[in-house]
Design a protein around this ligand. Structure first.
Ligand code: CP3
Length: 344
């Protein structure tokens, strides 16, 4: 197996920088769009053979060094007794948002349901056939809470924050419940054969450092302690985290994912040398000509400067309008560049 991704997670030397893309299995791929004409997203996720096939598409098409499990952030909600639907162009929308003590009572302790079982079976299939490491994932408690409290994606997450300040005991219980669910879900994915896992905390950049440190970070610490027992690498990803990076660096996590709003070498300085770093090309750059992609990618590689522990990725997910060939050429560019960003 091509294990460069795992080696980079552990800051071991690699002959070239490994690369994969968040949301690499999705609508920018014509093969995916063809499948979506026949099946809904939920139907695809419910059929492990089809889901595994989708997860492998970017490995075949782009030559990426990791395959992320095909599922959604909201997939484990069913195991908590939460009903939701995935709305096109919006994402998960929860039928009964969780905002009060009484709402909290409607959540049940996490138990893997049929959808989670399908994800675990997908991982078993991938672990047998995938030529690159299989990346399991879960939403982190704060980002999951945003969906549960707001009911869907919003701009400022004010309802979530209001609950945090007005009902601190309920907030604590919600974060504990989600923390336990995420721990069980990630450990089940690792037991099924995932080689590493990523925690998506996509919306955490909306928080002040103080609130992040006191109302979010303690729950992450517990999840990470449980994952560490397995020995598998863990990636923690958030967006808008430039001001939070010194706090993120206190966590026992192997890799920290950063977005494009901070230069990679500045991020490295704030994080220090005890973590690998993943990132950080702006996904929108891929909507321009390839020369622009090349210019930005080489700048990132130059800022990584050949240090061990760089995983090339975007700063957030692939946009549906992205030309497939840009991504394929970007993988080739990263693979054939010397770690400093020039040609070898
Ligand atoms: O990365 C991958 O390729 C693996 C699969 C994956 C999906 N969602 C598939 C998906 C992963 C890792 C996710 C995570 C996810 N889902 C996150 C965290 C990452 C991030 O973007 O911040 C979040 C916030 C979600 C919630 C969500 N689900 C959104 C915002 C959307 C897009 C809404 C839209 O239609 O534009 C979804 C739906 C979704 N998840 C799709 C896919 C392939 C599109 C479903 C379709 O085919 O219509």
């Amino acid at each position: 197996m091509n294990d460069r991704l795992l080696r980079a997670c552990r800051r071991e030397p690699v002959d070239y920088t490994p690369v994969w893309f968040m949301r690499q299995a999705g609508r920018y791929l014509p093969e995916y769009r063809a499948l979506r004409k026949r099946y809904s997203f939920t139907e695809l996720c419910a059929q492990p053979e089809l889901a595994a096939q989708v997860a492998l598409l970017p490995v075949d098409r782009l030559g990426v060094d990791g395959a992320i499990v095909f599922a959604d952030l909201a997939t484990p909600f069913g195991g908590l007794g939460v009903r939701y639907e995935l709305q096109e162009g919006i994402g998960p929308v929860v039928q009964r948002p969780i905002r009060t003590e009484a709402d909290l009572q409607t959540l049940k302790p996490f138990e893997p349901d049929g959808m989670v079982e399908a994800v675990l079976e997908e991982i078993r299939l991938l672990a047998r056939s995938c030529p690159v490491p299989v990346i399991g994932f879960a939403g982190a408690p704060f980002t999951l809470a945003c969906y549960l409290v707001e009911g869907g994606r919003t701009r400022e997450y004010t309802r979530t924050k209001a609950m945090m300040y007005k009902a601190p005991a309920a907030w604590e219980r919600l974060m504990e419940l989600l923390g336990d669910a995420v721990t069980l879900y990630l450990r089940a994915q690792l037991a099924a054969g995932a080689h590493l896992v990523q925690l998506f905390d996509s919306w955490v950049g909306t928080l002040s450092p103080l609130d992040y440190a006191t109302k979010v970070l303690p729950y992450l610490t517990r999840i990470l302690a449980h994952c560490k027992e397995t020995g598998a690498p863990v990636i923690y990803f958030g967006t808008g985290t430039a001001g939070l990076l010194p706090l993120l660096a206190t966590m026992e996590v192997d890799v920290i994912g950063v977005d494009w709003r901070i230069a990679l070498d500045d991020a490295w300085e704030r994080i220090g040398d005890h973590h690998a770093i993943q990132g950080n090309l702006d996904p929108a750059v891929l909507l321009g000509p390839f020369e622009e992609v090349e210019r930005n990618a080489r700048d990132i590689l130059r800022r990584a400067g050949g240090r061990p522990g760089h995983i090339f990725n975007l700063g957030h997910g692939v946009l549906p309008e992205t030309p497939v060939d840009h991504l394929r050429r970007l993988v080739e560019l990263v693979h054939t560049s010397s770690p400093e960003g020039g040609n070898p």
